[in-house]
Ligand binder design. Structure first.
Ligand code: UFG
Length: 353
């Protein structure tokens, strides 16, 4: 049967004047993969799972549900409740005919990482080493890793591209950079191929309303704005209004979580086609200030956001912007959900449900 398909592809490619090998690879690339999504019940992970299922891949979620939510699990997918610190559980999960791994399970609060580095070293670094070792042992050699803009530290120029020096100013950022270095070595020594996706500011919710689990104890601007709108907090504190920016508040590169999710699908399909390891920024190169985000929220929801100006938060650069040109070039990926309006409306829909 496969031979017949190959003959048909070669014949049709000859008719279209295309290289048969490329057509065969394209055909094989489209084959359904079995993806182990580690951290697939979390905020970003659940959106990644939805995108993978939408692209017809088989998914098994591996999550300890420490921050992930049961309501983010889709009944049609496999689910393993386990911890990445449990080497045996990771290895067993990989032995179930897994083609590739997406790894998003990490502690991610920048401030906490400076107070409890040991927690971040254990979960983010030791946990990931378990995954890398288990992948090497079981022969699963494709990994999409959720990295962070935090690896860059304070910007030396803008927009930040992947050649920008890496100099994390938080322990969290250090853990992400450290893992990228491990992945490089495992690439050389163990045949690992990886795509490390450096997320900028992840925001928004699934516009179809299928993923609805709200983050427990959110630490980021937009969820805090939503909680203030709903009266769960008295007000939003804007950390600093004396920065050298257009309105004095910090500017960030906000990217919709559905755009992040589609990049994971593209990265997996890129590797399945034989693509080599990559490190890619995921941002939009469009900056939104804290005050602009609040004003846009008021315009989109028709509600007043209670806020006050407070002092600067330690470690906050005035402006962070990414160029996503490399992700576009390598993966053909583009952010299409990340307008301010989309970001706010989808988040409000999830919070106001
Ligand atoms: N902010 C406020 N008030 C708040 C919360 C945030 O004014 O109550 C401001 C911050 O000072 C910052 C902006 O809103 O200027 C965005 O802050 P977030 O905490 O939402 O996000 P960060 O830019 O600090 O950090 C995010 C991710 C990190 C990642 C980093 C990389 O949370 O994981 O982007 O740029 F490392």
């Amino acid at each position: 049967m496969k031979a017949e398909i190959c003959v048909i592809i070669i014949f049709s490619s000859w008719q279209k004047n295309q290289k048969p090998l490329i057509c065969i690879l394209n055909y094989l690339w489209r084959k359904k993969m079995h993806i182990l999504v580690i951290g697939g019940a979390g905020y970003i992970g659940s959106h990644v799972v939805k995108a993978l299922v939408g692209a017809k891949h088989k998914v098994t979620v591996f999550d300890n549900l420490s921050t992930g939510l049961e309501m983010n699990l889709f009944p049609e997918n496999g689910f393993i409740k386990a911890d990445i610190l449990d080497y045996g559980a990771v290895k067993k999960a990989l032995q179930n005919k897994v083609d590739a791994v997406v790894h998003l399970a990490a502690k991610k609060a920048v401030g906490e990482s400076m107070e409890k580095p040991e927690k971040y070293a254990l979960n983010n670094i030791c946990g990931t080493l378990n995954i890398l070792n288990a992948m090497a042992e079981t022969g699963v050699n494709k990994l999409v890793f959720s990295s962070s803009a935090a690896v860059y530290g304070n910007p030396e120029y803008l927009p930040i591209d992947e050649k920008h020096p890496v100099n994390p100013v938080s322990f969290y950022g250090f853990t992400k950079l450290d893992i990228e270095n491990y992945m490089r070595w495992y690439g050389q020594l163990k045949g690992l191929r990886f795509v490390s996706l450096r997320y900028f500011n992840a925001v928004g919710y699934d516009e179809e309303g299928i993923v609805r689990g709200l983050e427990k104890n959110p630490q980021n601007l937009l969820p805090i704005v939503m909680e203030a709108l709903l009266g769960k907090r008295s007000k939003v504190q804007i950390f600093g209004n004396d920065y050298d920016t257009r309105d004095g508040t910090c500017i960030r590169d906000y990217i919709h979580v559905s755009d992040l999710a589609s990049a994971h699908v593209s990265a997996l399909e890129y590797m399945a086609k034989g693509g080599e390891s990559q490190i890619l920024n995921l941002g939009t190169e469009t900056g939104i200030s804290v005050l602009e985000m609040i004003k846009a929220t008021e315009a989109a929801t028709g509600c007043k956001v209670p806020y006050e100006f407070a002092g600067r938060r330690a470690g906050d650069p005035a402006v962070i912007l990414a160029t996503p040109a490399k992700a576009h070039e390598i993966l053909g990926w583009k952010a299409v959900h990340s307008s301010v309006d989309n970001i706010i409306k989808s988040t409000w829909k999830a919070y106001n449900a």
